[in-house]
Design a protein around this ligand. Structure first.
Ligand code: BG6
Length: 482
């Protein structure tokens, strides 16, 4: 289906827009999901951003697209849809040109995409309203994190709600657009196999890790003072936790899904005061190396003389519900770690009685990998075919989505952009989810500000020893897949 849209992208010269959004909108036009009759108003604040828009967009396509996606003709056609606009979002009068261009002719769907700091969301929404640019078919797409705590996020959401209905607001968490994350729902609710074992009777514990190789170079303005707890845990990790822990929705409507996710977030056992110190670890990377290659530390990357911003977090969380109260969820995320790995590990319990007393049986484990590859792996015990006696060895049932579909790769932003255009809110966050997530995060941040130690870890390692200590204390260990 070809969609005719008018898309207004604020922050089009920014890193997020150039590296993720613009390549994904190009994919939409190249693959025929979005018509080439569409108009893409790419807004920049500076004169140079405005004058160089076509060049910057073209460079970004060359830089961020995969080789096989670079098609000169398709890129030229895409660039023809791009209309650079100079707008200073703090200055109402600068919206005039946008208004006159937008309203001279109109495509059926209008999308305002705010790839700008959340502190400006309310202001932009107000101007769009005052300039009468919001039509019935308008959607507003906003990036995370919404605010930096519950109070600021509520005030942003209140301001948006004065001019947009909740149905028109699309709060992005790009992890929800990843193919494996959607497959998680399909796996749980499209099969009867796992759901029967999806509780404390069968599951020992759950790990959710998003480990990154990259540091924060180039993003210091955004990252300093925000840190991993607010940048990653408040949204991506808690959203993944919701999809693992939520009950089956009655139907796959956005309302039912949001309702179930909100229940999980509200049931998170609060961590406050001393329990924050016992159940969390925060750390920052210092210079270190892998394969004789030294990598700089956070302070060098940010050119700061001191900072207590954490680039690593590990948390032991619990959900207060009959199904989950006895199952710990270990959450972990960090930058400049040894490997790029995002995965969820469902660790099942040991067999009730071992009939192979001589042998070391490993309990079943389901590993849902989101990065670097999108795959599901079920770790099981099976008889070793090469041995005449009944010897068991661990084997892995491997479902690799990449192999299944040849060179197919999923692009979260493409999927989410099209969903927003189509008005499908299932994979976006409801404002109550955002609020419930902040409600759990705020006391952790408050306690950290008061007392908590900031551990250090070397770049290129698996994080601070204290993070191992957190899980080892329970007789468990982080699972590191190859
Ligand atoms: C973003 C964070 O939301 O997600 C970044 O702001 C992080 O700090 C990124 O690097 C990770 O996304 P992905 O898809 O590369 O794992």
């Amino acid at each position: 289906m070809e969609r005719m849209i008018d898309c207004v992208l604020f922050g089009a010269s920014g890193d997020l827009a150039l590296s993720k959004l613009i390549p994904s909108i190009y994919r939409c036009t190249k693959e025929g999901h979005v018509s080439l009759q569409s108009r893409l108003f790419f807004c920049a604040r500076s004169q140079s951003g405005f004058e160089n828009m076509h060049k910057n967009v073209k460079d970004a396509l060359y830089r961020y697209l995969q080789e096989e996606e670079k098609d000169e003709k398709a890129m030229a056609a895409f660039l023809d849809c791009v209309i650079p606009i100079q707008v200073d979002i703090t200055d109402k009068s600068s919206f005039k040109q946008l208004k006159s261009q937008l309203t001279t002719q109109s495509n059926p769907t209008r999308v305002f995409y705010l790839a700008i700091p959340p502190g400006h969301y309310a202001q932009v929404a107000r101007v769009l309203h005052d300039q009468q640019l919001i039509t019935e078919s308008t959607r507003l797409v906003v990036e995370k994190p919404i605010g930096s705590d519950l109070t600021s996020s509520e005030s942003i959401n209140d301001a948006l709600a004065t001019v947009f209905s909740e149905q028109q607001i699309f709060r992005i968490d790009h992890y929800l657009g990843k193919e494996t994350v959607q497959n998680l729902l399909a796996m749980r609710f499209g099969n009867s196999l796992f759901e029967r074992f999806w509780d404390a009777d069968a599951i020992d514990h759950i790990q959710i890790s998003i480990n990154e190789r990259v540091g924060v170079k180039g993003r210091v303005d955004y990252y300093e003072g925000i840190g991993a707890l607010k940048d990653m845990v408040q949204n991506h990790l808690l959203q993944l936790l919701c999809l693992i822990a939520m009950e089956s929705p009655n139907e796959l409507t956005p309302e039912s899904i949001h309702r179930e996710k909100i229940k999980v977030l509200k049931a998170l056992r609060p961590l406050t005061g001393e329990s924050v110190n016992e159940n969390t670890v925060r750390a920052q990377y210092v210079a270190g190396g892998q394969n004789n290659q030294m990598e700089s530390g956070y302070l060098e990357d940010t050119e700061l003389s001191e900072s207590t911003t954490e680039t690593f977090v590990a948390i032991k969380a619990h959900i207060n519900s009959w199904t989950w109260s006895k199952v710990p969820f270990y959450l972990r995320t960090g930058k400049r770690l040894s490997k790029q790995r995002a995965e969820i590990v469902i660790q099942f319990k040991d067999v009730a009685l071992s009939l192979y007393p001589e042998q070391q049986l490993q309990a079943n484990r389901l590993v849902i990998q989101l990065q670097p590859e999108e795959r599901l792996r079920l770790h099981m015990m099976a008889k070793d075919r090469e041995s005449l006696s009944t010897e068991l060895k661990p084997v892995v049932l491997d479902l690799n989505f990449l192999e299944q579909k040849g060179s197919y790769r999923s692009f979260a932003y493409k999927r989410l952009f099209l969903d927003a255009v189509d008005g499908n809110r299932s994979l976006f966050m409801h404002r109550d989810e955002v609020a419930a997530a902040w409600q759990w995060i705020d006391p952790i941040a408050t306690q950290w500000n008061k007392t908590h130690d900031l551990h250090l870890y070397r770049a290129g390692t698996d994080g601070p020893e204290a993070a191992d200590g957190l899980i080892n204390a329970d007789g468990r260990a982080w699972f590191e897949s190859e």
